[in-house]
Write a protein that binds this ligand. Structure first.
Ligand SMILES: Cc1ncc(COP(=O)(O)O)c(C=O)c1O
Length: 456
């Protein structure tokens, strides 16, 4: 293994990191991580870090879970990969058999790919072609939400609504109808000072008005609406009420529009239920899943669809209804092995339900932050929590973006044995399902040390 010096030397010379202004590394080195164990990562100097962002929201059962690594090791000597067109394998079958036990029965057809963006690309091409195959060739449009994030490939970017990530690429995108999204943090009907778990919202889902209008205006030309259920992640950890999804399901059905749920981030227990949609009593026509699907071990994804969608593609070859989409690593057996072990653990250990104690403890600790004047909002859903920070809430003074407070918090957090990676002025926690109340104590102790130590 290369030592720290050599790793950094080569990194600095040749490696271009994602979502990173590489010039920032002139003043700091990236941490060289050499080991992971449970919720912690360890660097080449032996320092530990609480991985509160679950390594880009992928890790659900802690780092280096032995059952999952053993499952992959066993698989390695049997079959590492095989083309998935014209061939299948027992590992894909076992994985889907397990996964179908967790998803709504109406989602009965599963398409494999290898990351969240591809899962979304598959979903949007499926939705588009569904209407083409049915002969409704006018239905080509998509409705999406402000602050939506669905990935970084151009199809997924076209469905995105975060100006910082998406605006520049506009000339490359297909056009969509962007709707003002629900956001309980900005709701004028909220009864409590902070959003908390959104149950304090005394509204009648007035925020659905914009979506309703868009559906009325554009419905006949719309193929699908795409949405992140209950929580818009990269857009700022924005929470909204389940009734929004209930109204969306009803209105979309009435107007003959498909609904795509993007549970790439919210899936596999993170929100306190296996999938966020379970908390809403709604189901989509198509769902995109990735990240926690292998508990953070391997790149892997699924796009699941209903029989209604699938049947529109099922015909004689020369009807030209084939779904011509696929990736080299589609259905990778190693990914299946990781997914199988992950799902077996979730089932056996009844996660996330069996860890309600930690969830409650976590929410309690977040609520305790009310006392600080630099906290502007507090919100949470399952193992996800977010706080918006300001210079002074009382005096309504936000941070000046030029101060790059997020970067400062990130750097200070590393000095304090914790990884905090704010989205703008929003500090968030995206915790694994195996987090304990003791971990929560440590995480908050270290977070408060960082925040109260800032000279703001
Ligand atoms: C909701 C959502 N969809 C899609 C993606 C894209 O996933 P990936 O980064 O694996 O391409 C993300 C990534 O953060 C996400 O949060």
């Amino acid at each position: 293994m290369y030592d720290k010096k050599k790793t950094l030397e080569i990194d600095r010379k040749h490696i271009w990191h994602p979502f990173t202004q590489m010039k920032d590394y002139e003043k700091m080195d990236p941490k060289v991580i050499v080991r992971g164990d449970g919720i912690k990562l360890y660097d080449s100097d032996g320092n530990e870090y609480y991985d509160t962002v679950s390594s880009w929201w992928t890790n659900t059962l802690g780092h280096c879970n032995k059952e999952i690594s053993n499952g992959i090791k066993k698989q390695l000597d049997t079959l590492e990969h095989v083309i998935f067109s014209g061939f299948t394998h027992p590992f894909a079958a076992e994985f889907i058999d397990l996964l179908s036990g967790f998803l709504d029965k109406s989602l009965s057809k599963y398409f494999f790919s290898d990351n969240g963006s591809t899962a979304v690309e598959v979903a949007l091409k499926m939705a588009f072609q569904y209407w083409q195959n049915l002969g409704k060739t006018d239905k080509t449009g998509f409705i999406m939400l402000e602050n939506a994030y669905h990935g970084d490939t151009i199809g997924a970017v076209s469905l995105g609504g975060v100006p910082m990530y998406h605006k520049l690429y506009k000339p490359l995108m297909f056009s969509t109808v962007q709707v003002k999204g629900p956001n309980c943090s900005n709701c004028p009907h909220r009864k409590s000072d902070y959003t908390f778990d959104t149950s304090q919202c005394g509204c009648n889902i007035e925020c659905f008005g914009d979506m309703e209008k868009a559906i009325r205006q554009h419905g006949s030309k719309t193929a699908a609406i795409i949405i992140e259920p209950l929580l818009q992640g990269a857009g700022g950890m924005i929470l909204y009420r389940k009734e929004y999804l209930q109204m969306l399901e009803k209105t979309a059905k009435e107007n003959d529009i498909l609904v795509i749920y993007d549970e790439v981030a919210t899936g596999f227990g993170r929100t306190g239920s296996m999938f966020a949609y379970e908390q809403c009593g709604t189901t989509p026509d198509i769902i995109a899943l990735s990240k926690g699907i292998t508990a953070g071990f391997l790149p892997f994804a699924i796009t699941a669809a209903t029989d209604k969608v699938y049947d529109a593609f099922y015909d004689d070859y020369f009807s030209h209804k084939t779904f011509f989409h696929g990736h080299s690593y589609t259905g990778n057996p190693l990914g299946c092995a990781a997914g199988i072990e992950n799902l077996k653990i979730l089932k056996r250990d009844n996660l996330p339900c069996s860890n309600k104690n930690t969830i409650e403890h976590f929410h309690g600790k977040l609520r305790e932050m009310e006392e600080f004047d630099f906290i502007n909002d507090i919100r949470y859903l399952g193992f996800i929590g977010a706080i918006d920070i300001v210079k002074s809430r009382k005096n309504k003074i936000p941070f000046n973006p030029e101060e790059r407070i997020g970067k400062k918090i990130y750097m200070d957090s590393l000095e304090n044995g914790i990884i905090l990676r704010p989205l703008g002025d929003t500090i968030y926690f995206f915790l694994p399902l195996i987090t304990t109340p003791d971990d929560i104590e440590q995480i908050f102790k270290r977070t408060l040390k960082v925040l109260t130590g800032l000279s703001i």
